[in-house]
Design a protein around this ligand. Structure first.
Ligand SMILES: [Ca+2]
Length: 305
């Protein structure tokens, strides 16, 4: 079996592709749902439907926090579509979520798989922060935490804050200070190396498989939004992070820094990277990645159906 992971997700558009990649590249023990992109019940439905669609109905979905610790946040249907799946009005899934809460599930799975479990946190960090506050030992049990989040030069939600950190900066601070082995793939890196331009979209379109059609439909609004923002294509932070967790050779530059998060006022949610830190480094930050390797793996999976 492959490496054991939990995907912690605010399931909408690119999250579903990250779940697909995780199900093909890792031993996916569960998907935990946390407040973020769109309405909570839509996210739950999207995750259940995705697992059914990709033939992974046996992967459990656990419901976690339906709001951040303190913040009043807003959902971003304009990025992901009315219900988070582009314009696709997905059919009602038959799969149901587990009765066990996501925070209990994270702690239990970490305990049962000590030294093995990795968390792919492609969402606000509320679930993971609360799991840590309940059971501090998870920092020793969990092998690695991969975080898609944070911006330190330009934000996608405020001038300096990336969405996941902005939704729950308190949770991000708890997780960064906890002592996990953390690798962060920040917004800037995902925008630079996780963008699929129109030529890449055309190649995916021409595959015409069940999974390529799934990709097109769930990411339709995301593509339109990204183009309107002036980007050259759709940005795929969650799936890039999932791929980089799988293939370390596709991480072309990373550095250990002391990383913190701003909790106040205008810069709330900004990631503070101490570029000249000498001691106290708490996170590995991915600065450059191999976008072609990512695209090749993604397309090989999309064409495999
Ligand atoms: Ca996400």
């Amino acid at each position: 079996m492959g490496r054991k992971v939990i995907v912690d997700s605010d399931t909408a558009s690119d999250d579903t592709i990250a779940i697909l990649l995780a199900s093909r590249l890792f031993d996916l023990l569960g998907v935990t749902i946390v407040a973020g992109n769109v309405k909570y019940q839509d996210q739950v439905r999207n995750a259940l439907f995705t697992l059914e669609y990709i033939g992974k109905k046996d992967v459990p979905v656990y419901l976690g926090q339906d709001r951040p610790i303190l913040n009043k946040w807003r959902t971003v249907e304009e990025v992901h579509g009315k219900h988070g799946m582009g314009e696709w009005d997905i059919p009602e899934p038959t799969k149901r979520p587990e009765k066990e809460n996501a925070i209990d599930a994270i702690i239990r799975l970490a305990r049962e798989n000590q030294g093995e479990l990795e968390i792919l946190a492609i969402s606000p960090l509320t679930n993971l922060a609360l799991a840590y506050l309940r059971e501090h030992s998870i920092t020793k049990w969990i092998r690695k935490v991969w975080i898609m989040g944070g911006a330190f030069t330009r934000g996608n939600t405020t001038p300096i804050a990336e969405f996941n950190f902005w939704v729950d900066p308190e949770a991000a601070k708890v997780v960064l200070d906890a002592g996990f082995d953390v690798t962060i793939v920040p917004w800037e890196t995902t925008e630079e190396y996780g963008t699929l331009d129109l030529a890449k979209w055309e190649r995916i379109r021409s595959m015409n498989t069940a999974l390529s059609r799934f990709f097109e439909r769930v990411n339709k609004t995301l593509l339109e939004f990204s183009l309107k923002q002036g980007n050259r294509g759709s940005v795929h932070p969650d799936s890039l992070t999932t791929y980089l967790a799988f293939d370390g050779s596709a991480i072309l530059e990373q550095r250990k820094f002391k990383v913190d998060v701003e909790l106040c006022s205008l810069s709330r949610g900004a990631m503070l990277v101490d570029w000249y830190s000498k001691g106290g480094e708490n996170a590995n930050v991915v600065l450059k990645a191999d976008s072609e390797k990512f695209y090749e793996k993604l397309t090989s999976i999309l064409s495999s159906s």
